[in-house]
Design a protein around this ligand. Structure first.
Ligand code: AMP
Length: 474
């Protein structure tokens, strides 16, 4: 290896080796990566992109938040030949939320490659429109195994030209019973292909499936234990009947702008959301009883900062990718320490400090011990009397969501909404937050002080020369 030039510091050297420009990508793709503010590769990207680009199979241990999606997205876009009009890449995901997030990330990265067609195919959605979209031969398909298999068996999806298969969150897919569906999908795919397998954990069944479907994969394991220094973890011992009151006190004491409260049961989510509303918090519950459209709405409101507290069960929170989560609160401890670590890993991401607050009753002390054993360090236990809740404190989210009754099917695009709002001189682009477009609905987050004005503009003026019903979500 060449010695470092003397003007280069160690940090410079690190920056160079993790620079996206060290990869043989097109200038357009590199410029787009830079425009997304991805300044350097995350550890999983730095380790996996070189072998992915070389065309090797990959078995990678990576969690949500590690940048794994961009790792395989960049790899598959590098390989893509849009002019072939064949489906060249398939990404299998355990849940619809994850599939939607993956599609979004691929779309953002692909925006510099003209005519790239990316299609999401998930269960719980009508199959006929999916069939119609498949007639336009998508370049990349992202979806859940059950629905993908259905399309393959009906002949609506053809994967004869596939050259890259990605299994994302493979451990979760196996946990959810998708093993057989995945193996049947493999029968429809050419044997000559590149297979990337991403999994947060490495149980024996991951090794087995890798042995069956991969060829000499490069094995990458990036350190995944969460850096304790970035997550301040405090436990509070409570007595029976004190959970809800203590969560309110924690929110009034720490005042996190956005937090997720984990409950073990659906009814706890519902009851806690009610109690927090009554205290003036904008809190939404996410649990298995919600219809898909309500679930989408909850996720939109929370991720665009128009709700402050998301109350979720572990199953409902799967695949959730939310940035800037200041706190995770455990209303009740998880039964398994691994789930606890997974829960608290959602705060303190991307270099931001996180706060993990957990409630336990004396009868649940064994779960605290299991966590100590699992993380190999004692936990800090504080008394609830140390909390100084500010009475009548109202946590008001910075944004408000406006719901437009027109979506992808009405050809409404984010740019149309942004254009309609900023055409009015009283509103500037930076007062507008996230825009989410669904088939028949679109959601736009606007800063709270301009919400009334924005609602008036969108209701009275036209979007794409059409009038749509618009309402403010509570
Ligand atoms: P993932 O692990 O794929 O869920 O990604 C976590 C988040 O990190 C996503 O919101 C990405 O947009 C973001 N991200 C991915 N790669 C980078 C990077 N190199 N630099 C900064 N952010 C990134």
């Amino acid at each position: 290896m060449h010695p470092l030039p003397c003007t280069l510091t160690k940090t410079d050297f690190y920056m160079i080796t993790t620079a996206f420009s060290s990869l043989p990508l097109t200038p357009e793709l590199l410029a787009n990566i830079a425009s997304l503010n991805y300044l350097k590769m995350t550890p999983i990207q730095a380790q996996s992109l070189p072998p992915i680009i070389k065309g090797e199979d990959l078995l990678a241990q990576a969690k949500t938040g590690s940048g794994k999606t961009a790792a395989f997205a960049i790899g598959l876009l590098h390989k893509l030949k849009v002019e072939t009009c064949l489906t060249q890449a398939l990404v299998l995901c355990p849940t619809r939320e994850l599939a939607d997030q993956v599609s979004k990330e691929i779309r953002r990265l692909a925006r510099v490659i003209p005519n790239t067609k990316i299609l999401t195919l998930c269960g719980g959605k009508p199959i006929v429109p999916q069939r119609a979209s498949l007639e336009h031969s998508p370049d990349i398909v992202v979806g859940t195994p059950g629905r993908i298999l259905k399309h393959l068996e009906k002949g609506s999806l053809k994967l004869g030209g596939l050259n890259m298969l990605v299994l994302d969150e493979a451990d979760r897919m196996l946990d959810m019973g998708f093993h057989d569906d995945i193996m049947r999908i493999i029968n429809f795919i050419p044997a000559q292909r590149q297979t990337l397998l991403f999994s947060a954990t490495y149980p024996e069944k991951i090794k087995e499936i890798s042995d069956t479907i991969q060829k000499n994969p490069v094995d990458i394991r990036v350190e995944t234990s969460h850096d304790n220094k970035q997550i301040k973890q405090i436990f509070y011992e409570i007595q029976k009947g004190e959970r809800t009151k203590t969560v309110i006190n924690l929110l009034q004491h720490y005042r996190p702008e956005s937090s997720v409260v984990f409950c073990n049961r659906k009814y706890q989510c519902k009851e806690l959301a009610e109690a927090l509303w009554q205290q003036g918090f904008h809190a939404l519950a996410l649990h298995g009883d919600l219809e898909q459209k309500d679930r989408d709405q909850v996720l939109v409101q929370f991720s665009n900062k128009s709700s402050s507290v998301l109350i979720a069960t572990d199953v409902a929170a799967r695949g959730l990718d939310i940035k800037d989560l200041q706190a995770v609160i455990n209303f009740e401890l998880a039964h398994d320490p691994e789930i606890h670590i997974h829960r608290i890993g959602r705060t303190g991401r991307a270099g931001n400090d996180g706060l993990a607050l957990s409630l336990f009753m004396p009868s649940e002390a064994s779960r605290v011990n299991a966590i100590e054993e699992y993380q190999n360090s004692p936990v800090r236990i504080d008394k609830t009397s140390t909390l100084k809740p500010r009475e009548n404190f109202r946590l008001s989210p910075p944004m408000v969501t406006l719901c437009i009754h027109g979506g992808r099917k009405n050809k409404v695009r984010a740019g149309d909404i942004l254009g309609a709002l900023t055409a009015n001189p009283v509103i500037s682009g930076k007062q507008i937050g996230k825009i989410d477009i669904f088939d028949n609905l679109a959601f736009v987050a606007v800063e709270r002080p301009i919400a009334k004005q924005a609602l008036k503009i969108l209701s009275e003026d036209k979007i794409k020369a059409r009038k749509f019903r618009v309402r403010k979500l509570r």
